[in-house]
Design a protein around this ligand. Structure first.
Ligand code: P6P
Length: 335
């Protein structure tokens, strides 16, 4: 008889005690993310059927065309997190400024803040390619019981207490860490429950997949160009396969399972790269390191970077440890 798989709810409760701040609030916070994931998944899966696809006409702080599902996912996560009265602050790719959550009880003791990219890769929605939600959780730095400040959000990635993503792909998965390894849960849509399908996920130390938008090749720094040519050279275990979905969560997820590297380097077009430090790179870097992988900007460990702005960008190189270190060596070689 197949062993009954543990549900996400059971797993959260069982592992609550191993979490050094186990006050039950983080469990409740993770459960609210679980709920929001199911709600957004339902809409994403029927996006082609109702007039929810296509742009809403607005643009967000990124200057990107805001897809209706972006707005929907953003609203659902904010609503779910706010209603549960657990967090004291929220920041989102879709919100110009952070949101101070003054719960009904003005003297609330809420100590967690959440930063989200509610629907990453949303330009893929209209072409039915998988997209994802990315979340990052910290304890506030300022004393409880008062509105959060920007400093509560500008914490180094090494201070995260939890991080994860939901990937709305051929199946919907929630993958997260609280600093004690990475675990993946697959949604059974018939039951509406997430089941532990990928316990203790690890990046293979080496891989043969490279994920980068080669359309930007001519604009890359020489070291990055040299690394890409190295990956394509007929030698040893190369050439590598080049797979780039245009959805960070999807490329990251496949590379974690199979081994690989994802690059969004700086270029003459984007001096700091494209990806956002606080709600894309930091949570993915936390997951990568918890899965024996690595994440840097080419020079610095992502989790050590001191943020200065809510929406700041950083160059991002992430995946199998040996591949990231080889890429860093090529970058430093031409300094
Ligand atoms: P480009 C999606 O907008 C995203 O943030 C990542 O998910 C993805 O890897 C990247 O940008 C795609 O960017 O410039 O290659 O289209």
């Amino acid at each position: 008889m197949a062993h009954k798989k543990q549900t996400l709810g059971e797993f959260i409760i069982e592992n609550q005690t191993s979490f050094k701040y186990s006050s039950g609030e983080l469990s409740s916070l993770l459960n609210s993310i679980r709920l929001a994931a199911k709600i957004v998944n339902h809409e994403v899966n029927k996006a082609g059927l109702v007039d929810i696809v296509g742009s809403v006409g607005d643009v967000n702080i990124q200057g990107e065309d805001q897809q209706k599902l972006d707005v929907y996912a953003n609203n659902k996560f904010i609503q779910t997190l706010t209603n549960r009265n657990i967090v004291c602050g929220i920041a989102s790719e879709e919100e110009d400024d952070f949101i101070s959550v003054n719960s009904r009880d003005e003297n609330h003791q809420n100590k967690y803040i959440v930063l989200i990219d509610p629907l990453d890769g949303s330009s893929n929605i209209d072409v039915n390619v998988s997209v994802g939600t990315i979340f990052s959780i910290y304890r506030r730095k300022t004393p409880v019981g008062q509105p959060v400040t920007l400093d509560d959000f500008l914490q180094k990635g090494s201070q995260q207490v939890a991080a994860g993503y939901i990937i709305y792909g051929t199946s919907t998965m929630l993958v997260y860490t609280t600093g004690d390894g990475v675990n993946g849960f697959t949604l059974n849509p018939a039951l509406g429950s997430f089941y532990l399908s990928h316990p203790n996920m690890k990046f293979p130390e080496d891989g043969k997949i490279c994920s980068v938008n080669e359309g930007n090749y001519t604009h890359f720094p020489q070291g990055v160009k040299n690394y890409i040519k190295y990956c394509q050279k007929e030698e040893d275990d190369r050439p590598y396969t080049f797979r780039y979905i245009g959805s960070l969560v999807s490329d990251f997820h496949r590379n974690m399972i199979k081994g690989g590297i994802y690059l969004y380097p700086k270029s003459s077009l984007l001096e700091e790269g494209k990806l956002r430090l606080l709600y894309e790179c930091n949570p993915m870097a936390f997951l990568a390191e918890q899965a024996n992988g690595k994440a840097s900007d080419g020079y610095r460990r992502i989790l050590d970077i001191q943020p200065t702005e809510l929406h700041q960008r950083v160059p991002f190189i992430c995946g199998s440890k040996n591949m990231v270190e080889t890429c860093e060596a090529f970058i430093r070689e031409v300094e």
